[in-house]
Design a protein around this ligand. Structure first.
Ligand SMILES: [Zn+2]
Length: 434
């Protein structure tokens, strides 16, 4: 049953994942976070009283298989409960089939990359960083900054960006306490006004595209919303190190890799959107949109607007183009979904020949309602931090609100996520097995 694969705490999710992995015959690794007393003070008394870990299940021979399925959950903390349930369902299915029998394919299943965010039902990590804007590693990061200099995206280059639009809306996006939150009507009115003033694309870029404001307080638990950080965060240090070692120990090139990274909070309720970033103009990028299309067995729509095969039509890809390629100028740097494959590709022994990098986003509420929940929860954390107190418990209405915005307490939503998540894995495995 789909419902059983979902968990309501990080501890429960981790236990289910590890148990299902063992039953599937997978080998397990656990990447340990720094000790709990190194957390920002606001989190320390909130538990869990065990070291946080990123857990990895390995199926097949990850050192010689010519193809690899890479499946990741929880880069955005609370969103990880959806990805976790998909992974548990997938592993239980492997166990039910008597083990992993995909010819020439290995699977690397990474659970709860932002373990602290999952444990605390937050989207950001313990230092308020958006980990999907933080995977910036000097020698492997793809993409150059838009603008006359066209510099490589690094933390210092990104911090030097003017952040002009974000600075204008800073106070609106980042109130200092719950008391400073606006009444919903006023929030929507001001949001609409900001869209009129700056344009939807510029606003989306300024807010969701991530920011690297150099004047944010170091190691605050609540910097500006969508803060990409000033250095590689511990989750990514651990993960990059694991991936690099794996790559270095490989004995054969990787002919095909598919990376699926599961998220929630964007798009229509209970439906998934498959997203890829177009880096085709960048010779240092290993992922290609055409490979993602092939991995999904996507078919072009026929003239009547209907797809040639109803099954293929289920897996349509939405591509956001890199501004360099003359696209929508919606630039996104430091995303995990390309970063991990680049780390593998850069490691001696694991040259990646073809890579499909796909974000599977499950919709929950309207984008503005989601933003509102994020603002409110950040304001609560900020207030606690300024008062030198612990963050209120997870039962606090604003924290509960945030959880529901990314992890709805709804059986139908959960069933849909569970089914689609596994269907996508099944689909891409067909391409990997060839
Ligand atoms: Zn996300």
């Amino acid at each position: 049953m789909a419902g059983e694969d979902f968990s309501s705490t990080w501890l429960e999710a981790r236990a289910k994942f590890r148990e299902a992995a063992s039953a599937a015959g997978a080998r397990l690794a656990a990447l340990k976070y720094e000790p709990l007393d190194t957390l920002p003070a606001v989190w320390r008394s909130l538990g869990p009283d065990v070291p946080l870990t990123i857990d990895i299940a390995l199926l097949g021979d990850e050192l010689s298989a010519p193809a690899m399925l890479l499946h990741t959950s929880g880069v955005h903390g609370v969103e990880g409960f959806a990805g976790s349930a998909i992974q548990v369902g997938f592993l239980r299915d492997v166990a039910a089939r008597g083990g992993w029998h995909r010819r020439g394919v290995c699977a690397v299943v990474v659970h709860g990359i932002n373990a602290h965010g999952m444990a605390q039902m937050r989207r950001w990590n313990e230092r308020g960083v958006d980990l999907n804007r933080n995977f910036l590693i000097e020698d492997v990061t793809v993409g150059t900054l838009p603008g006359p200099d066209g510099a490589r995206a690094t933390f210092s280059a990104l911090a030097a960006q003017p952040h002009a639009v974000y600075r204008q809306i800073y106070d609106f996006v980042n109130p200092q306490s719950p008391a400073a939150l606006l009444a919903p009507l006023r929030f929507y009115a001001l949001a609409a006004l900001a869209v009129v003033r700056h344009g939807f694309g510029a606003l989306k870029q300024a807010i969701a595209g991530g920011n690297y404001l150099p004047d944010e307080t170091p190691s605050s638990a609540a910097p500006a919303l969508f803060f990409g950080g000033r250095e590689l965060e511990q989750s990514h240090r651990l993960l990059a190190q694991f991936m690099r070692r794996l790559g270095e120990r490989r004995v054969a090139p990787l002919r095909r890799v598919v990376h699926v990274d599961v998220h929630t909070g964007l798009g229509p309720w209970g439906k998934d959107t498959l997203l890829a970033i177009d880096r085709d103009a960048d010779p240092s990028a290993v992922s290609r949109v055409s490979d993602a299309r092939d991995a999904l067995h996507e078919r072009a729509p026929s003239r009547s607007g209907e797809r040639s095969s109803p099954r293929a039509c289920d897996f349509a890809l939405e591509v956001s183009a890199d501004s360099r390629a003359g696209g929508t100028a919606y630039a996104l740097y430091g995303t995990l979904v390309e970063g991990l494959v680049q780390v593998l590709h850069a490691a001696a022994g694991a040259r990646v020949e073809r890579a499909a990098c796909i974000v599977q986003e499950f919709g929950t509420e309207h984008a503005l309602a989601v933003l509102e929940a994020l603002r409110a929860e950040r304001a609560l954390v900020k207030q606690a931090e300024m008062a030198g107190e612990p963050v209120p418990s997870a039962n606090h209405p604003l924290r509960r609100r945030l959880r529901l915005a990314f992890f709805p307490d709804d059986d139908e939503w959960r069933r849909a996520v569970h089914a689609r998540g596994q269907l996508l894995i099944e689909q891409v495995c067909g391409w990997l097995e060839l």
